[in-house]
Write a protein that binds this ligand. Structure first.
Ligand code: CP
Ligand code: NVA
Length: 302
């Protein structure tokens, strides 16, 4: 059977995605009940990080331990990858020794190249283009707080970045509407937008995007690798802060999400991220449960 990778949400079909979200909820309940579940005994995950991480690293490492397996942290600083060994060779070697590989890198093309030379599943732990693992956690969180998202409306406020692109895919796969408010010049991937059809639209005004939304999401204004653009981005996004006045336009029971790390006072005000509509801590915790469901799916073909 061909090896399954998870480089994008589109690598699962909608049924598999819904099943995985359901399984994530079950694994969460089992963990809370103290139930030992070790389907990945003796399995090894290699985690290759070319960018910083707190949540992704800890959730994958803890998740593998809980599933009975082992996770190994690798970075270009202390592997031959940092000294120019080709990604193709790295893929061949790693996949002859471990059972699954997670990668966080810059260019998306790098992870597709790695996957095409890997004998084992490759998971996208964030690229400049997509962050699908975060969307598993976000969708699990939305589902557990408000039930099925089909037909509901999410509002994305801010940069058309890797998270925004992943939300476009999620809207397509799980059939919800997505209003994107981003300044001109900071649009998400136009090709992904086209594929999503009229479920997803760009509106420039954050107030228009938020009107009657069930979920409001934002992310940092300068992503990893864009540190030098920080100043100019602060100006471009000055009117795109998610604050109480913006949240008041969304539905009364609207949720607020942010993948974290967050900058209070920039893309989100402290009263929103630390307020009653925010579910960012559940969202962060669900990285663990959702990725355990993903690992179980990829390694046991449940
Ligand atoms: N949200 C997220 O991916 O966090 P980390 O960068 O800490 O992994
Ligand atoms: N858009 C952010 C997400 C961090 C988890 C980045 O790429 O830095």
């Amino acid at each position: 059977m061909a090896v399954r990778h998870f480089l994008s949400l589109m690598d699962l079909n909608p049924d598999e995605l819904r099943q995985l979200l359901k399984r994530a909820g079950e694994l969460k309940a089992m963990l809370r009940a103290g139930q030992i579940h070790e389907p990945l005994k003796n399995k090894v995950l290699a985690m290759l990080f070319e960018k910083s991480s707190t949540r992704t690293r800890v959730s994958f490492e803890a998740g593998m331990a809980q599933l009975g397996g082992h996770a190994m942290f690798l970075s270009p600083r202390d592997t031959q990858l940092g000294r120019g060994e080709p990604i193709e060779d790295t893929a061949r070697v790693l996949s002859s020794m471990v059972d699954v590989i997670m990668v966080r890198t810059f260019e998306h093309e790098k992870i597709t190249r790695l996957a095409s030379h890997s004998r084992v599943p490759v998971i996208n732990g964030l690229t400049d283009w997509l962050h699908p693992c975060q969307l598993l956690a976000d969708m699990q969180t939305w589902l557990e707080h408000r039930g099925d998202m089909r037909g509901k409306t999410a509002a994305w406020i801010g940069d058309g970045n890797n998270m925004c692109n992943s939300y476009i895919n999620a809207a397509r796969q799980l059939d919800f509407k997505l209003n994107i408010a981003c300044p001109e010049g900071y649009d998400p991937d136009i090709e992904l937008l086209k594929l999503a059809g009229d479920r997803v639209r760009i509106v420039r005004d954050p107030r228009v995007a938020c009107r009657d939304a069930d979920l409001v999401i934002t992310d940092v204004w300068a992503s990893m690798g864009q540190e030098e653009e920080q100043k100019i981005r602060m100006q471009a996004f000055a009117n795109y802060q998610v604050n109480e006045s913006l949240m008041s336009l969304a539905k009364k029971n609207a949720l607020f999400m942010h993948c974290l790390p967050a900058h209070r006072g920039e893309e989100v005000s402290a009263d929103v991220i630390d307020g009653p509509q925010s579910v960012v801590w559940d969202e962060a915790e669900n990285r663990l449960h959702a990725q355990k469901a993903l690992l179980e799916f990829l390694l046991t073909q449940r």
